[in-house]
Design a protein around this ligand. Structure first.
Ligand code: BES
Ligand code: MN
Ligand code: ZN
Length: 495
């Protein structure tokens, strides 16, 4: 979609549809809304403040008008004192979908005097993400695309809007890229295919992509990845991506993402119900690839490394089995009690490998535990780590982006819970504190480096098909990309 900022008077605005938001209890028209109202003969003045336009920030009312502007979409923004940019992002997602349903191909969106540049970016992201579809497998014709959005702004904001619009579009495209990878069926996104998709990032030369093959993994002692991969005919791939935005050569931030391209559970097989959703078990890897793509296009002045271990988890004849013992890249061993706790095994090798970069921080993303959905539902990602300052920064980024994150404790008791009688650690210790014991497992592989782990099991896709944000739809959300880009934009050295 083409997006531009404009400040023309309404008689020069050539959009057949204009959208604007109202807060609950708002009774006066001001600024651009007032100007718009003058142009449509007081239609808005008649309805502003009425109960029918109040709701929790998702109701859209459609007004009909004569003249060049034929429709006005009024969207309820909820209570003014509960407003954040994410309210606007969510509203924008619903608006653009409605515009498409109504078969308009261009429209204008009025921003208030009080709107900030952060709001402009949120509007751009929300409207682009609201239009996201995963329809490459649909054989029937699609609805006509919305081709243009004009953001109606005051002159002061307009001057600075160009850059922010471009930034929002890059971020939205990267989120869409991540969603596509997550939404792809496992048959069309094997570890090999995922590697080829990653290779696309290296085309413009800013990102170096290298794939570590099975043979090299043996030399490196990646016992976790290799064990999980043994039940499948598809060879595992260990994708490394490097983006160097810091010309002074500062130490990198390493992002690690779980990419189980299909998780059947292996020999400890999962129930059939909802097993199809396990094509999304590559979402953590998809997020890391999306973040690197966005960071490179935005030219963020920082060095980044992405590590994405990719394999299927299947119960083939060669499969690893409960009772097996696996040795990882850092020499530690784990007793396998459940082959469905496979994510932590492939992450263990990747986290251990991350240390060779002497990183200033390690951050991993993984759809790691069903327990995280029990704890936080589909509302927030779980955060665990060893560095309170970095954790707080991630929580701040979560507040700014609306990608909710909640911290869980990583106390010693949880680390004791996964000790094994015959190996260093075991890969499960029952249901109690399942999200935290998984993180405790990972903590064995990060050494002394600042590290944060985000369990995105509940947030990577909309499991109940009722997304709680207007810019998400059924399927993958691309969670983590906006969060990380915000964090990296505001990055300061941790020491
Ligand atoms: N990928 C799953 C976690 C998951 C389940 C994410 C459902 C999203 C929705 C992970 O590999 C897994 O199977 N974890 C097990 C661990 C258990 C065996 C200790 C789980 O959560 O049941
Ligand atoms: Mn599993
Ligand atoms: Zn899994």
């Amino acid at each position: 979609m083409r997006i531009r900022g404009i400040s023309a008077p309404f008689d020069q605005v050539n959009y057949p549809l204009i959208s604007l938001g109202f807060f609950e209890g708002e009774t006066k028209l001001r600024g651009l809304s007032k100007a718009l109202d003058g142009y449509i003969n007081g239609l808005l003045a008649e309805i502003v403040g009425r109960k029918e336009f109040e709701s929790d920030g998702d109701r859209i009312s459609i007004l009909h008008s004569r003249g060049k502007i034929r429709r006005i979409l009024v969207i309820a923004l909820g209570k003014k004192d509960e407003y954040t940019s994410d309210v606007l992002r969510s509203a924008a997602g619903r608006v653009t979908r409605r515009v498409r349903e109504l078969e308009f191909t261009s429209f204008g969106f009025v921003l208030d005097q009080s709107n900030s540049l952060e709001d402009v970016q949120a509007l751009v992201e929300g409207s682009e993400l609201g239009l996201y579809t995963f329809d490459q497998y649909k054989s029937s014709a699609r609805k006509p695309e919305v081709k243009e959005m004009g953001i109606l702004l005051n002159d002061r904001t307009l001057k600075k809007s160009g850059q922010v619009i471009a930034k929002g579009q890059i971020i939205a495209r990267s989120v869409a890229f991540t969603r596509d990878l997550s939404n792809l069926p496992s048959s069309d996104c094997t570890p090999s295919i995922l590697s080829s998709h990653s290779m696309k990032l290296s085309k413009r030369g800013k990102v170096k992509v290298r794939v570590i093959e099975e043979e090299e993994m043996m030399t490196l002692g990646f016992g976790g990845v290799l064990a999980v991969a043994r039940g499948s005919h598809e060879p595992p791939k260990f994708i490394t991506l490097e983006y160097s935005g810091d010309k002074r050569g500062g130490s990198p931030i390493v992002l690690v993402g779980k990419a189980i391209t299909f998780d059947s559970g292996g020999i400890s097989i999962k129930p059939a119900e909802k097993m199809n959703e396990m094509k999304h078990d590559k979402s953590g890897g998809a997020t890391v690839i999306g973040v690197i793509k966005a960071a490179a296009e935005l030219k963020i002045p920082i060095n980044l490394v992405g590590l994405v271990p990719a394999t299927e988890n299947l119960p083939g004849g060669g499969a690893y089995k409960p009772g097996d013992i696996v040795r990882f890249h850092n020499g530690k061993t784990a007793e396998i009690l459940n082959t469905d706790a496979e994510g932590r095994l492939i992450l263990a090798d990747a986290l251990a490998y991350a240390q060779r970069y002497k990183p200033q921080a390690i951050i991993d993303f993984a759809t790691l535990t069903g327990a995280c959905i029990i704890a936080l539902g589909n509302v927030a990602s779980g955060l665990m780590g060893n560095h309170p300052v970095m954790n707080q920064r991630i929580l701040n980024a979560a507040d700014r982006t609306g990608e909710r994150v909640w911290e869980l404790p990583l106390w010693k008791e949880y680390k004791d819970q996964i000790k094994s009688d015959i190996a260093d650690i075991k890969n499960t210790s029952g249901r109690a504190g399942g999200t935290i014991t998984a993180a405790a497992f990972l903590s064995n592989f990060v050494g002394e480096y600042p590290w944060a782990h985000l369990d995105i099991a509940g947030t990577a896709w909309t499991q109940d098909a009722t997304p709680n944000r207007g810019y998400n739809q059924k399927g993958a959300t691309g969670v983590g990309v906006r969060l990380m880009i915000d964090l990296l934009h505001n990055w300061k050295s941790l020491s």
